[in-house]
Design a protein around this ligand. Structure first.
Ligand code: NAP
Length: 220
C-alpha cells in the first residue's frame, strides 16, 4: 500500500480557522492537481472531524481529468469515524461512489446497521479509536493499493505516529490564518522525540502559493 497525505495550509501552517470551517487556501491549478491525485487513487481518506466541518463529497471531477490519466473509476471514499457518528445526510453517503466507514468497537450497532442500510461498507478495527494500521490493512485486503489522505490534522497526526505516511504533499497558500486553536497540518499530542523525518523531493510555485512534496525515507 502507498499512502499520500495531501493538504493545503496557510503560511502559518493552519488547515482552517479557529471556527474550523472550510477555508479556500489554494487556487484553481492546485484544485486541478488535487483532482488528478484523487483520480489516481484507489481510496480517499478523511477523518470524521473533516466530514463534520466541511461535508466534502470526495469524488473525482471526471470532466476535468486529462485523457492521459487513464481514469478507471471513482476511488472508494473512506471516513475514519470510531463511533459511527457521521451524519446520515453527509455528502459522502450520497451513493455517487463507494463509501467505507472505518469504525472501532465503540461504534453502537444501530449506527453501524444504519450505515450499512444506507449502502456504506463498515470496517470495525480498534477498541477506543480506529486502529489505522489494521483499518488500512483491511482496505488493502479489498484491493486498495493507492491511498490519498485529505486530512484533517488529527488523522494525519495518527498516520505519522503509526508510520503509515509514504508521501506528504503540502500546498502552502499565501495567507495568514493564525489562532492557537485553529487546526494545523499535524495535530494530536505532537512529538517530543523520534520526530518523523521527511526528505524534500520538490518545490514548485502553484497559483499564488508553493507546493512542497516530501517523501518518508525508509531504511534500505
Ligand atoms: P479529522 O482529522 O478529520 O478527524 C479527527 C477525528 O477522527 C477524531 O476526532 C476521531 O473522532 C476520529 N478518529 C478515529 N480514529 C482515529 C485515529 N486513530 N486517529 C485520529 N483520529 C481518529 O479532524 P480535525 O483534526 O478536527 O480536522 C478537521 C479540520 O481540518 C476542519 O477544520 C477542516 O476544515 C480542516 N481540513 C482542512 C484541510 C485542508 O487541506 N486545508 C483538509 C481536511 C480538513 P472519533 O474519536 O469520534 O472517532
Amino acid at each position: 500500500m502507498w499512502v499520500v497525505v495531501n493538504a493545503a495550509v496557510s503560511v502559518d501552517g493552519k488547515l482552517s480557522s479557529r471556527r474550523r470551517e472550510q477555508v479556500r487556501i489554494s487556487g484553481p491549478d492546485d484544485f486541478a492537481r488535487v483532482n488528478r491525485l484523487r483520480g489516481l487513487s484507489d481510496a480517499v481518506v478523511v477523518g470524521i472531524g473533516t466530514v463534520v466541518a466541511d461535508d466534502p463529497h470526495l469524488t473525482v471531477d471526471v470532466e476535468a481529468l486529462p485523457d492521459w490519466l487513464g481514469f478507471t473509476g471513482q476511488p472508494v471514499r473512506v471516513v475514519v469515524d470510531s463511533r459511527a457518528r457521521i451524519p446520515m445526510d453527509a455528502r459522502v453517503l450520497d451513493g455517487a461512489a463507494e463509501t467505507v466507514v472505518l469504525v472501532s468497537e465503540s461504534a453502537p450497532d444501530d449506527r453501524v446497521m444504519a450505515l450499512e442500510a444506507a449502502g456504506a461498507g463498515v470496517i470495525r478495527r480498534g477498541t477506543g479509536r480506529v486502529d489505522l494500521c489494521a483499518g488500512f490493512g483491511a482496505l488493502a485486503e479489498r484491493g486498495v493499493e493507492r491511498v490519498m489522505v485529505e486530512g484533517g490534522g488529527t488523522v494525519i497526526a495518527s498516520l505519522f505516529e503509526a508510520d503509515l505516511v509514504d508521501v506528504l504533499s503540502v500546498y502552502v497558500g499565501s495567507m495568514v490564518i493564525g489562532g492557537e486553536t485553529a487546526p494545523t497540518l499535524v495535530d494530536g499530542p505532537g512529538f517530543v522525540e523520534d520526530y518523523p523525518r521527511l526528505s524534500l523531493e520538490s518545490v514548485a510555485r502553484v497559483d499564488d502559493g508553493v507546493l512542497l512534496q516530501y517523501a518518508r525515507p525508509r531504511p534500505g
